[in-house]
Design a protein around this ligand. Sequence first.
Ligand SMILES: Nc1ncnc2c1ncn2[C@@H]1O[C@H](COP(=O)(O)OP(=O)(O)OP(=O)(O)O)[C@@H](O)[C@H]1O
Ligand SMILES: [Mg+2]
Length: 245
Amino acid sequence: MAEPAIETSSILPLRLESVSYEASGKRLIDGVTFDLRAGTRSVILGPNGAGKSLLLRLCHGLIRPSAGNVSWAAASGVAVPYRQAMVFQRPVLLRRSVAANVAYPLRLRRTPARERHARVEEALSRAGLSALAGRAARSLSGGEQQRLAIARAWVMRPEVLFLDEPTANLDPAAARAIESLIDGVHASGAKIVMTTHDLGQARRLADEILFLHRGHLLERADAATFFTKPKTAEASAFLKGDLSW
Ligand SMILES: Nc1ncnc2c1ncn2[C@@H]1O[C@H](COP(=O)(O)OP(=O)(O)OP(=O)(O)O)[C@@H](O)[C@H]1O
Ligand SMILES: [Mg+2]
């Protein structure tokens, strides 16, 4: 089957309505409602254990809510799974070359070879990995592996890119390289939804903040407002470095 024609109608906004998630008898996400619109970089911010990764997985459809609804605006027949990609904190790479990892999702969708090669080259170049194309993916450094994971997501030209703590465990220079790559993906037109517990990163990247604490969405605001006038005591404490789980 050839790749379906490019859809012009947007799958956004993504809407969460009273979404809860329970596991092991605990309510880990509690009654969260918001929508995510096209264009902006939305950052889910909160301390360790707040539920950021769970919330992102609920958005991406990797787990299902115990209660409430997650829905895309897409018209029926639009292949939503192909239009959103996710990058995990620890990239899962195939035991193949860097280029083969990027080509893999295109092969799955039977993209013709000529187009596949062009898109792989472009994605590698944008991620600064052209010189490493032939290397074994698993021999790359942590920062290079994370850039590869983003290149592999970007090659599909997703409308929405989800990233879960994409720079955790990276040194500041490698983290900045990831941040500029994320900016590049955003500039190419993709909606960015990412989690972080890193305030500096949230300040650098976020257009809007969704502040999560103990499974509750306590605040949602544009970034400037959140950082200068947080509404809750928890967010104020978090901004001062005083909030722990
Ligand atoms: N399957 C599960 N069963 C029980 N508890 C779980 C399960 N999955 C996650 N949790 C708990 O839910 C809470 C939220 O987890 P989550 O991974 O979403 O946090 P997080 O905000 O991403 O934290 P971090 O900043 O450390 O990545 C944690 O206390 C975690 O231990
Ligand atoms: Mg997490």
